[in-house]
Design a protein around this ligand. Structure first.
Ligand SMILES: Cc1cc2nc3c(=O)[nH]c(=O)nc-3n(C[C@H](O)[C@H](O)[C@H](O)COP(=O)(O)O)c2cc1C
Length: 275
């Protein structure tokens, strides 16, 4: 009989890199979500006509706080534009390679313009809460877009480095005040020759709390995840650094935030008072 540790992992177990989830319901959509992985290598092949519009329709289908729809997306396909944005976003080559680079905008500017058209000063936009609404709207829309793209055979990767130099990115995209490029999403046909595996996530014992938040068993579960992720990283040629080590480095101090530690000031200068 095959040892269960050697048996191929089911899709939910693959998500965690270890067997153990009780069997539950599934669907093609869940299977697709569980199979998610970021792609950073794309074929030199254009998207099919209408793909962008279909992807954006999926984005528009995301729920939105009070239906305010405080997001926009700038679709960048021009190679020269992508090249300049790639340079601003940590010089990540896949942005140049992908046929489509979507810049997701936390966008309070539309409501601002509506206020102006109606001779009303909308002081509610000045609050941190409104910025958070816009950021959440943009995130929900973009993830719908990524899932839609994946469902038609495309792949993608988010680009938080689009926040490294916000004023320059805003100038490149001609963003008005109160519009902030929160992150990018490079989309294209994945080069399946390049390795891209399902990256295991934290075990459910760490993220799923029942009734109240609990931290019992956290250290041991994090240590177990460290082992899983170190194995994954090694198998994928990324060294054996564990997750804890990476995370402690990632948030060690302002210098580890890729120049984004001045974000509050930057946002204020871009028209978000964040009161
Ligand atoms: C908001 C956000 C920003 C990200 N920024 C970058 C980035 O700038 N460069 C990059 O290579 N990956 C970036 N990623 C991809 C993550 O590294 C990736 O999602 C994570 O390692 C999990 O891997 P997976 O998506 O393959 O499951 C970003 C992901 C998110 C959600």
């Amino acid at each position: 009989m095959t040892d269960s540790a050697e048996a191929p992992l089911s899709a939910p177990d693959l998500r965690y890199g270890i067997p153990g989830l009780p069997p539950g319901p599934s669907s093609p959509m869940i299977e697709a979500m569980l199979a998610h992985r970021s792609y950073r290598n794309f074929l030199d092949r254009p998207l099919e006509p209408g793909a962008l519009e279909t992807i954006v329709a999926a984005a528009s289908s995301a729920p939105s706080s009070s239906n305010m729809q405080t997001w926009s997306v700038v679709a960048v396909e021009d190679p020269a534009w992508k090249d300049r944005l790639a340079t601003l976003a940590g010089n990540q080559g896949f942005i140049r390679q992908a046929p489509l680079f979507l810049c997701w905008i936390a966008d309070l500017s539309r409501l601002d313009r509506m206020g102006q058209a109606h001779q009303q000063q909308l002081a509610g936009l000045d609050y941190l809460e409104s910025f958070m609404v816009a950021l959440v709207d943009a995130a929900l829309a973009s993830q719908n877009a990524l899932l839609a793209a994946q469902s038609i055979g495309l792949g993608g990767v988010y680009v938080g480095a689009l926040r490294n130099r916000p004023p320059e990115v805003a100038a490149e995209l001609a963003l008005p005040p109160r519009a902030f490029a929160a992150f990018g999403l490079a989309v294209g046909w994945p080069d399946t020759e390049a390795r891209a595996e399902v990256k295991p996530r934290l075990p459910q014992s760490l993220v799923l709390h029942r009734e109240t938040y609990g931290t019992a068993g956290e250290e041991a579960a994090v240590a177990a995840y460290d082992r899983v992720l170190a194995g994954f990283s090694e198998a994928n040629g990324m060294g054996r650094a564990d997750w804890t080590g990476r995370m402690l480095k990632r948030v060690a101090g302002p210098e580890s935030l890729s120049g984004r530690h001045t974000m509050a000031e930057t946002l204020r200068a871009m028209g978000f008072p964040l009161k």
